[in-house]
Design a protein around this ligand. Structure first.
Ligand SMILES: CCCc1ccc(-c2ccc(S(=O)(=O)CCO)cc2)cc1[C@H]1C[C@H]1c1ccccn1
Length: 236
């Protein structure tokens, strides 16, 4: 089954994301538009705790030619991580919790002059049933930090994350009784990243890195999935 020892924690955070993270922040004064490129918008809310930058990031993007399930599959599957993630140095699968949940340990490239960070998290992928029939399907991946024993390399500072990738697939039906092709697909992405660096790091540096890395991730990751799925049957 898909239940495991972190299920309650993961389910609570999923419910929280579904309740708050899909809300539009375009007109919200607490959120500052950092980057806008075509359909992609990246927002940040400035938040510090004891001088540590916690700025939540929120990005929306529309990707044509793929489904939400396909985007979530390539975001969730550990084997593909280093193909699109440019801020990580090492990625390790620590434990397979269930068919759709794993524990991952990864180290991030050092962001000078801060010390190197590592993170340990549960990555869980699920389909959120649509409320009514003609509502779009929603697929979601949540990456949530947990306590767990790891091959400790004491040199890293342990960062903590609460990240969600929420994908809603839209199908524009082909005329007549033709099968759905990739050109009939479009997927609305909402990406939320809460990263606690877990210790002091210069606010200006962290903010500059997040401002650069978030749009870069969205472009690189979505292009990667479009390319990988182009000649494959559509996974709804
Ligand atoms: C000192 C380094 C701090 C730092 C640690 C970790 C991460 C980070 C962790 C996870 C994920 S993910 O979306 O879950 C994909 C799995 O890898 C993205 C980013 C980002 C930063 C920094 C680079 C900043 C940042 C913050 C938020 C979003 C993107 N980048």
């Amino acid at each position: 089954g898909s239940r495991h020892r972190f299920s309650i924690k993961v389910d609570d955070l999923i419910a929280n994301h579904l309740k708050y993270s899909l809300q539009d922040v375009g007109g919200d004064a607490n959120w500052q538009l950092l980057v806008e490129e075509g359909d992609m918008k990246v927002y940040r809310s400035e938040l510090e705790e004891n001088g540590i930058v916690l700025d939540p990031l929120k990005a929306t993007h529309t990707v044509r030619g793929v489904t939400g399930r396909e985007l979530c599959h390539y975001f969730w599957t550990v084997d593909y991580r280093t193909e699109w993630e440019t801020t990580v140095e090492t990625v390790q699968l620590i434990e397979q919790l269930s068919s759709n949940a794993v524990v991952v340990y990864q180290t991030h490239k050092t962001v000078w002059p801060a010390s190197q960070r590592d993170i340990l998290y549960v990555s869980s992928m699920q389909k959120i049933p649509s409320v009514s029939e003609n509502d779009p399907d929603t697929w979601m991946v949540c990456n949530i930090s947990v306590e767990h024993e790891v091959p400790v390399t004491t040199k890293c500072v342990r960062a903590k994350i609460n990240v969600a990738l929420i994908c809603q697939t839209m199908v524009s039906p082909p005329d007549g009784n033709h099968n759905i092709q990739r050109e009939n697909l479009s997927c609305k992405i909402t990406y939320i990243a809460n990263v606690n660096p877990g210790g002091w790091a210069p606010a200006s540096v962290l903010r500059a890195v997040a401002r650069r890395e978030c749009p870069r991730f969205l472009k690189r990751f979505t292009s990667y999935v479009v390319e990988r799925t182009a000649c494959k049957p559509i996974l709804f």
